[in-house]
Design a protein around this ligand. Sequence first.
Ligand SMILES: *Cc1c(COP(=O)(O)O)cnc(C)c1O
Length: 467
Amino acid sequence: MLNPAAAARRALPAVDRLLKLRPVEELAVRYGRTLVTATVREVLDSHRRRLADDAAAQFDEAAFVAECASSVEKRMRPSLRAVCNLSGTVLHTNLGRAVMPESAARAVAEAMTRPVNLEFDLDGGSRGERDSHVEGWLKRLTGAEAAVVVNNNAAAVYLALNTLALRREVLVSRGELIEIGGAFRMPDIMARAGCKLKEVGTTNRTHLKDYAEAITAQTAAIMKVHTSNYAIQGFTSAVAESDLASLAHEHGLPFIVDLGSGMLVDLEDYGLPHEPTPREAFAHGADLVTFSGDKLLGGPQAGLLVGTKALVGRIRKNPMKRALRVDKMTLAALEAVLRLYSDPDRLAQELPGLRSLTRKHAEIEAQANRVLPHVVAALAGSAEAQVISCSSQIGSGSLPVDSLPSAGIAVSGGGKRRGSFAERIATAFRSLPVPVIGHIKDGAFVMDLRCLDDETGFIEQLRQLKI
Ligand SMILES: *Cc1c(COP(=O)(O)O)cnc(C)c1O
């Protein structure tokens, strides 16, 4: 005699019969027979186990079909998806840093779907150089003699040091031994690049004589790192770039500057705090400057090395350049973004990152007031919402001490359990079709609207909010 659970298990329909159910067939038309058959088997297995564990359980066909559909849809949903960045950090590394202009997207699509002259000289019909597509722009925009492009700025720093200082020493101020986002520590990169870091001065104060006394026959370069993600304040002293450059040159050494973000135009012209530019570094005597493509510059992830012909030429010949080179999509996007810099007057409209950074408080506040009633309606009395003043961060290590006056919407409630309630609200907003990323502050879920581009889309999907 079968016990009741075993009987129920035996009563499970066959895979073939389940595949013929109308909604399952529709799934197969949409997602393919292979995936749907595999899913039906998996879900059937889980039902079998459930029936074995629970004598009272029954096979429920509707529940089975719904589970298959949600399992297939979950698997086929892209993992990398668009989100709505209301985090208050404009260049958020975890949210993909710079948002690129349509022109860059079009250039990338073209490079992806058609053969391109990546390493082909159309004039001579011979082999070309992939970096040539952006080198002219980089030279004109920075004043450098030559340029090389690699995967990111960490790779740029690595390649510069590995080329110019292998088995020798590089002088860096102790106050500049930075860590960026946990994974990029200057001392670690130096070690892997095969050079020896010689720390100079103290954390808060470094003087020119500290550098001068540290120079030996083993010294290969002097390096300045723009401490872009923190600021040492108070009793501080750093040596001017021009003094460092003179000292390096007196000893026949290259002076390298890692700018981190490295904006190509003067941000003060756009009403923003100053961020050092490669052009300024060269004016101070730098021989080689490295910076990121996807921070303030607003392009794709890339590391840009610009400098003298001689140094860049040596870097280009390093076999590791091949391992760190960028692909055609990156070059296509980078060229499209650099082209926008030819017209600085329109840059703040054309470049999404700069557009967000230059939005005025009053404009963002007006938007918050427009959006607020929709948020209130979506919350349906389960929480309170109000317009607040807040401050946005530029992010990605740029201009860390400067914040931009902004406006947003704070959602709160839950009485004594404010904290966990705010987490719940955050989860609900993250579960929207275009996940909304805010942040929690003082027990409230805060959405900084500085980066809200698609106001209509944001409002429309609020109807699906489930608290
Ligand atoms: C961001 C940064 C880096 C690393 O750049 P990635 O492009 O993220 O690799 C290196 N140095 C400084 C000073 C930075 O700010």
